[in-house]
Design a binder for this molecule. Structure first.
Ligand code: C2E
Ligand code: CA
Ligand code: CA
Length: 400
């Protein structure tokens, strides 16, 4: 909850703005405000004390380090508190910056055109960042992550994908969770990056694949005909044995390759693009499904789309949630769907969080949808009852 004791960082190169907004914040009852005119100074504080501020108000145009670069550093530092972007430039730039920040999973409380009014400030600071109430975010070190993976502490939650036209459930995406012996349930944003940076993704993916394939088998055994999606990062795809490993896993469980869909995301820099291309082609030859994940956020998505036999395209949630009111996001969403269709791919919109997101998709000819509006990720034990309840109620979906 944002309260009057919330520590706020006000970052703007314009001393007049710092002074004016300082007064405004004081008037709203915020007493713990730090004003800085250089992003580098703010970063120096955050490097040593990541939890120093609960809200950062940041100008986009600053001479030494601009707001976008600053936002990148916030992502790198794992900053997970509130962010308010401000700009004196046009609305479009502000919106683009907001979309970028959201695509990086930052908690954007608002994007304000300068000069900012007292009422606007009151409103953005009144909205509560969703994660603030939970425990502070920890980032785990490589040894601990490695131990967790090897020690069988990973489990999976499953989130449904449903057909937009009919509401039918077609499959589930598996999402890794770490049941930490001390900290309880830990989400992927707290360990995937560490795993990627320390060569642990192969081990992690092997465990996840094993769990997911075994679960898919259990669903088949109880008569649920659902595909299983597993996330893999490009890092996994540099070893030529990967395709055989996946095929072996499926065979061992007696599952057909078509039951599995690999959602591929580009992680950081690709070490060896040619090797990944070979592995993806081999997977495809084995009839294992391939989906290009987080579409719209990577750097070489279009090249990948041309060169790799993806059967499914997942538009990143940054272009889906709220697109009904954001013309630029909506344009990207529609263009992505159109392109995927022309390439003969199945389309999925992720991040369908609210009814208006769902309704927008209904008018857009998108095949599948996934998001909190349909269901949050759930443990395997909840899946059969959820599917039954959903199937019974889905005729209500497109009513009021
Ligand atoms: P992703 O592949 O884009 O997965 C979707 C993420 O969005 C999940 O977060 C899911 O809980 C969340 N989500 C689903 N619907 C909504 C919605 O309507 N609104 C919002 N705001 N969020 C929604 P989660 O489980 O925290 O996973 C985060 C990311 O971690 C995943 O993003 C994926 O890139 C990565 N990840 C998770 N499990 C694995 C894994 O087993 N292997 C690899 N390589 N990456 C994984
Ligand atoms: Ca995914
Ligand atoms: Ca995604």
């Amino acid at each position: 909850m944002i309260t009057d004791t919330t520590r706020i960082l006000l970052l703007d190169d314009d001393p007049f703005v710092l002074e004016l907004m300082g007064h405004q914040l004081a008037e709203l009852g915020f007493s713990r405000v730090t004003a800085m005119d250089q992003a580098a100074h703010a970063l120096a504080v955050l490097e040593t004390e990541p939890g120093a501020f609960s809200v950062i108000l940041c100008d986009l145009q600053m001479p030494a380090m601009d707001g976008i670069e600053f936002v990148r550093h916030l992502v790198r530092l794992g900053y997970d508190k509130g962010l308010v972007l401000m700009s004196g430039e046009n609305q479009r730039i502000l919106h683009t910056a907001e979309t970028l920040a959201r695509a990086h999973r930052l908690q954007v409380l608002g994007a304000l055109a300068k000069p900012v009014t007292l009422e606007q400030l009151r409103q953005v600071l009144a909205c509560r960042p969703p994660r603030e109430a939970s425990s502070p975010r920890l980032v785990y070190g490589p040894q601990e992550v490695e131990r967790g993976i090897a020690g069988g502490e990973l489990m999976l939650h499953y989130q449904p994908k449903v057909e937009v036209a009919t509401g039918a459930v077609v499959g589930f995406e598996s999402l890794a969770r770490w049941v930490h012996p001390r900290d309880g349930l830990v989400y992927p944003d707290q360990f995937i990056t560490t795993a990627e940076e320390h060569g642990l993704m192969d081990a992690l993916t092997r465990v996840v694949l094993g769990l997911a394939v075994a679960q898919a088998r259990r669903w088949t055994d109880i008569g649920l005909d659902l595909h299983m999606a597993v996330n893999v990062s490009m890092d996994n795809l540099t070893s030529l044995e990967f395709a055989d490993g996946v095929a072996g896993e499926l065979k061992g469980a007696g599952m057909p390759p078509s039951a599995l869909l690999l959602e591929v995301t580009e992680s950081r820099l690709m070490k060896d693009p040619q090797a990944s291309l070979d592995v993806l082609t081999r997977l495809s030859l084995k009839r294992i499904g391939l989906s290009i994940d987080d579409f719209g956020t990577g750097h070489s998505s279009l090249v990948q789309l041309r060169d790799i036999p993806f059967g499914e395209l997942k538009v990143d949630r940054g272009f889906v949630h709220g697109a009904a009111h954001a013309p630029a996001s909506r344009a990207i969403l529609e263009a992505s769907l159109d392109m995927a269709r022309r390439l003969g791919m199945q389309t999925v919109a992720e991040g369908v969080e609210e009814r208006e997101d769902w309704e927008l998709l209904c008018g857009l000819d998108c095949d599948l949808a996934q998001g909190y509006f349909i269901a949050r990720p759930m443990p395997a034990a909840d899946v059969p009852a959820w599917v039954e309840a959903w199937e019974n109620g889905r005729h209500l979906l497109n009513e009021g």
